[in-house]
Design a protein around this ligand. Structure first.
Ligand code: FAD
Length: 224
């Protein structure tokens, strides 16, 4: 039987309840999914030997879980540990009249849970497919897939998307209607966009090797 889909509203738990800047919070799961799909790098926070470790790493997902992978030697990927994963997109700098009101326009997500080590070989391969396709759609069927030895050297963690939170800031600075508006200073937003560039061929390639369409097509587009 197929598992039940996760509820469309994010749960407000002791971990996910926003305590500050609550107006920037969203409880829409669709917003969480949009943030996850707009990126492919997260920060994995985990306590290792009593100290916090925050590791940048790539991810993929399905409807229920986030997938993270790495070397079997990675201490941050031990599994069965409480973790906190964040994904952040910067949309611009908010330049206010006062330094105090300066800020960032952003979309961010935080996922809390106990990461599970995936051991079933088929599930592991499917998780790795999701991860590869999340960063580069089309690449799983183009590139050589992992062999048995490579699979054995790879840890795959799955983290439920159940307990997660979202925060989004957009728009102008907040001091346009305060006393600082009289200062006569420029204020506004300096937008920031990340766009894929033209593919750069490996110099080791035989000349004339064509760039596959699924890669060439991305030049000039944003990740989504
Ligand atoms: C690019 C960027 C820059 C920022 N710069 C600053 C800054 O300079 N100073 C500052 O005070 N704040 C900044 N923030 C906001 C910051 O991330 C926190 O939301 C805020 O500081 C509240 O922190 P807290 O510890 O009081 O969180 P709490 O409100 O106590 O957090 C409770 C729960 O809310 C959720 N939550 C909190 N923050 C986020 C988030 N960003 N995204 C998703 N879920 C979240 C989590 O589930 C968390 O466990 C920035 C955010 C981004 C994305």
């Amino acid at each position: 039987m197929a598992p039940k889909p996760l509820p469309p509203r994010l749960p407000e738990t002791d971990l996910t309840r926003h305590r500050r800047l609550r107006d920037q919070g969203s409880l829409e799961r669709a917003e969480l999914e949009a943030i996850l799909d707009a990126g492919f790098v997260c920060h994995l926070g985990v306590v290792v030997e009593g100290r916090p470790l925050v590791v940048p790493t790539v991810y993929g997902r399905d409807e229920r879980e986030l997938y993270l992978h790495g070397s079997v030697a990675s201490r941050s990927l031990a599994g069965d540990l409480p973790v906190c994963v964040t994904v952040t997109h910067i949309d611009g700098l908010v330049l206010a009249r006062s330094v105090f009101e300066h800020g960032v326009n952003y979309r961010s997500a935080m996922i809390h849970g106990i990461a599970r080590k995936v051991t079933d070989p088929e599930e592991k391969l499917e998780g790795l497919r999701r991860l590869t396709e999340h960063a580069t759609p089309g690449q799983w069927s183009y590139a050589r897939r992992p062999n048995r030895k490579e699979l054995a050297a790879t840890t795959l963690l799955a983290l439920s998307l159940e307990e997660a939170s979202v925060k989004i800031r957009s728009g102008a600075p907040d001091d346009g209607d305060g006393p600082d508006a009289e200062l006569g200073l420029w204020a506004g937003v300096l937008p920031l966009t990340s766009v894929w560039g033209e593919p750069v061929a490996d110099p080791a390639l035989p000349s004339g090797t064509a760039v596959p369409g699924h890669i060439a097509r991305r030049a000039g587009t944003r990740h989504a």
